[in-house]
Design a protein around this ligand. Structure first.
Ligand SMILES: O=C(CO)[C@@H](O)[C@H](O)[C@H](O)[C@H](O)COP(=O)(O)O
Ligand SMILES: [Zn+2]
Length: 193
C-alpha cells in the first residue's frame, strides 16, 4: 500500500479516535492517582504491543518529557528469565498471569495492549488482575474481543488494521505519561532537584 494511502488511513483512524477522549481522560486520571498514591503500574503485550508495553513502563521509570521522581512501573514482557520459565513449564498463556499473581497488590494498575483482544495470555492476566484487586485497563482494537468483558476499563480504537490500532495505542500511552508528569509537576514533592 503506498505511503500516502497509509497516511490517509492513519488520519481517518486518528479522527475517529476522538470518541475515546472521555475514556482516555478517565484512565489517565486513574493511572496517575494510583501511581501518585504509591501503587505499581504493570504493562503487557505481544509482538508490537510488547514494544508498547515496554515503552510505557520505561517512560514512567525514566522520563517522558520533564525531570521528576521515578515511578514504579514493571513491564511483564521484559523479564526473559520469567517469560521462558513460565512458557516452558506452564505454557505461553500463563506468562503474564503468573507474574502478576506473584507481584500484584490491590490498588495496583495493569495496562494491557492487544489489537484483537483475543490473545490468551492477555485474557489470563486480566482474570488474575480481577482476582487480585488490580485495576485493569485494556487498550484494544477491532471488536475488542473477549478482553472487553474482563477489563475494568476497555478502550477500543475504531479500526480493524493492527498497525493503525498500535499507532493510536502509542498516542494513548503518551497521554498517560503526560497526565502523570503534569500532576507530579504540580505536586510539591514531584520536582527533582
Ligand atoms: O506488531 C505487529 C503488527 O503491527 C505484530 O507483531 C503483532 O503485535 C503480533 O502479531 C501480536 O501477536 C498480535 O497480538 P494482539 O494485538 O492480537 O494481542
Ligand atoms: Zn508492528
Amino acid at each position: 500500500m503506498p505511503f500516502q494511502q497509509q497516511l490517509d488511513e492513519a488520519m481517518e483512524v486518528l479522527q475517529a479516535s476522538a470518541t475515546l477522549v472521555p475514556a482516555i481522560d478517565a484512565i489517565t486520571t486513574l493511572a496517575a492517582d494510583a501511581l501518585l498514591a504509591g501503587h505499581t503500574l504493570y504493562t503487557a503485550g505481544n509482538g508490537g504491543s510488547a514494544a508498547d508495553a515496554l515503552h510505557l513502563a520505561e517512560e514512567l521509570i525514566g522520563r517522558y518529557r520533564g525531570n521528576r521522581r521515578p515511578l514504579p512501573a514493571i513491564c511483564l514482557n521484559a523479564d526473559i528469565g520469567a517469560l521462558t520459565c513460565i512458557a516452558n513449564d506452564f505454557g505461553y498463556d500463563e506468562v503474564f498471569a503468573r507474574q502478576l499473581a506473584a507481584l500484584g497488590r490491590p490498588g495496583d494498575v495493569l495496562v494491557v495492549f492487544s489489537t484483537s483482544g483475543h490473545s490468551p495470555n492477555i485474557l489470563n492476566v486480566l482474570r488474575t488482575a480481577r482476582s487480585k484487586g488490580v485495576i485493569s485497563i485494556a487498550l484494544l482494537g477491532k471488536d475488542g474481543g473477549a478482553a472487553c468483558a474482563l477489563a475494568d476499563h476497555a478502550l477500543i480504537v475504531p479500526s480493524n488494521n493492527t498497525a493503525r490500532i498500535q499507532e493510536v495505542h502509542t498516542l494513548i500511552l503518551h497521554a498517560i505519561c503526560e497526565e502523570v508528569e503534569q500532576r507530579l509537576a504540580n505536586a510539591i514533592d514531584g520536582v527533582m532537584a
